[in-house]
Design a binder for this molecule. Structure first.
Ligand SMILES: [Fe+2]
Length: 291
């Protein structure tokens, strides 16, 4: 394997070529990919055709402990899955039969909230490290995904802000961002399936050794602060973090897998006509510790 790296943005993000993702990588090949991820944080890897679910899962498991099992319970939804692999999170706009969701489907309402800036699984104590999103079907207008590099954001923060947030913790809740994004109020059963978690606002991103801001739309408030004051600080930081100079917008091609580091980036889906076009995106997620 000869890995070629082409930067896609002046601060982060790169395209990797000369590699096909699978479970059959040598430790040296894997180390090269991990080094690219540590530096660029968002890496796109193209393939001639969509990666098989098996290769997608096998490669993800080489990167770290991966999420297995459906832990989100959406009330009233069937147990059947469109993709019969518990490691794959179905990020499509299709139901278990492959039909586009009915407009009033709760799963669609919750998924639309992914159009808010977020970092995957910050609502778990055991955070997500890498997400690997594989494009199987892309709508005609592309529906790009936008990313921001939270290391560059942290570096650019004024010194008094760095001092102000030092040591602070935020609480993160999945349901907070769902409602904020226009989703329905969660049921008690849904709430119980995903309780909130607390994390430092700024932390060291171990793969790069750089400091990064760790917040986004799952963050509800600052621990120990009055709610409105905490919300104001989070809004101010998010406004800063999503300035155009920090943002890379990725246009998808079928067969592409984009790997991003959730501990130093935030992202959001963009709008498309999800009642007319199918968008088949499949995600695996690595975690800090085995689940
Ligand atoms: Fe996401």
């Amino acid at each position: 394997m000869t890995l070629t790296i082409r930067p896609l943005h002046k601060l982060f993000a790169a395209e990797l070529s000369g590699v096909a993702l699978s479970g059959h990588m040598t430790p040296a090949e894997l180390a090269e990919i991990k080094a690219a991820l540590a530096q660029y944080a968002v890496c796109a890897v193209g393939h001639d055709r969509p990666l098989s679910n098996e290769d997608h899962i096998a490669f993800s498991a080489l990167l770290g402990p991966i999420e297995r099992g459906q832990i989100l319970k959406v009330s009233g939804s069937p147990d059947e899955m469109r993709i019969a692999h518990h490691e794959i999170i179905d990020q499509s706009n299709m139901d278990e039969t492959g039909e586009i969701y009915a407009d009033d489907d709760r799963r669609l309402a919750f998924k639309r909230a992914n159009r808010l800036w977020h970092t995957d699984m910050s609502f778990h104590q055991n955070r997500a490290t890498w997400s690997l999103l594989s494009a199987h079907m892309v709508p005609p207008d592309g529906a790009p995904t936008e990313f921001s590099d939270m290391r560059a954001v942290y570096d650019a923060l004024p010194d008094d802000m760095k001092t102000r947030i030092d040591g602070l913790e935020a609480e993160h809740s999945y349901w907070h961002s769902r409602v904020l994004g226009g989703g329905p109020e969660p049921t008690d059963e849904e709430r119980a399936s995903r309780p909130p978690a607390r994390h430092k606002l700024a932390h060291t991103h171990e793969p790069s050794g750089r400091k990064a801001l760790y917040i986004a739309s799952h963050a509800t408030h600052i621990v120990g602060w009055p709610e409105d004051e905490g919300r104001d600080l989070l809004l101010e930081l998010m406004e800063f973090a999503t300035r155009p100079e920090f943002v890379y917008s990725h246009d998808w091609r079928v067969g592409e897998v984009v790997i991003w580091d959730n501990l130093c980036t935030i992202h959001r889906a963009t709008e498309f006509d999800d009642r007319q076009y199918r968008r088949d995106m499949r995600r695996t997620t690595c975690r800090e510790h085995a689940v």
